[in-house]
Design a protein around this ligand. Structure first.
Ligand code: FMN
Length: 203
């Protein structure tokens, strides 16, 4: 599959059949972390949960109950990878001689928090690698007291979670679902702007 084919094929899986090993997922994280990284600060981390730890995560995060009521097939995923962003790696890197002096030594000085940007790029890499392997993944947010969930896993306060990636075999009966299946893709002309805002690529 070409990269463009992988991108076109990729969609969220919400019905898994299980059976992807944690070792394989660790290997994919190694590739996924070859994402761009501001200042090469490399503050992206992957916390991989399988087995008993995964069962506890579903419970603590509230995500288990949420999916059980809406898309129970998500709970058959083999593992969940929390994609984490350590802002202190960026503060430290942008305090070094070649980067200092731009007001980025403290996280509050950043108009775009690049640690989140970098982690999101790595997360997309992971989604694409899973798709390339013809497996399934679902990216979802931790929205019920995320800090409590992270603390239960020993994640320090200065580390944020940009999202969780559930991974498993895509169930043969999995069908496009969620908002992506209900809403039409916006026309290209609406989201591409040539030269200035409002001038679409084919206007
Ligand atoms: C930041 C973010 C948060 C998301 N949160 C959820 C979620 O909590 N539950 C869910 O089922 N899908 C979630 N999604 C998946 C989107 O609904 C999905 O990407 C979108 O509808 C497009 O569908 P597709 O990815 O299958 O093409 C999330 C996606 C992103 C990027």
């Amino acid at each position: 599959m070409s990269l463009a084919d992988v991108l076109r094929r990729r969609r969220m899986t919400r019905r898994f059949a299980g059976a992807v090993s944690v070792d394989w997922i660790v290997e994919q994280c190694d590739v996924a972390r070859r994402a761009p990284s501001a200042g090469y600060a490399q503050g992206t981390h992957f916390l991989i949960l399988g087995g008993e730890r995964l069962a506890r995560f579903w419970e603590t995060s509230g995500a288990g109950e949420w999916f059980a009521q809406r898309q129970p097939g998500v709970l058959d995923a083999s593992a969940v990878v929390l994609v984490l962003a350590d802002r202190t790696a960026y503060e430290a890197r942008y305090s070094q001689a070649d980067k200092a002096g731009h007001g980025l030594e403290q996280a509050s000085g950043w108009s775009v928090p690049y640690w989140l940007t970098d982690a999101a790029m790595a997360a997309q890499n992971l989604l694409l690698l899973v798709e390339e392997a013809r497996l399934g993944a679902l990216y979802f947010g931790l929205f019920v007291e995320p800090r409590r969930t992270l603390a239960s896993l020993g994640v320090p306060d200065h580390v944020d979670c940009v999202g969780a990636v559930a991974i498993g075999e895509r169930h043969a009966d999995d069908r496009p679902s969620g908002s992506g299946a209900r809403l039409a893709r916006r026309p290209l002309v609406e989201v591409t702007h040539l030269g200035s805002w409002g001038r679409g690529s084919n206007s």
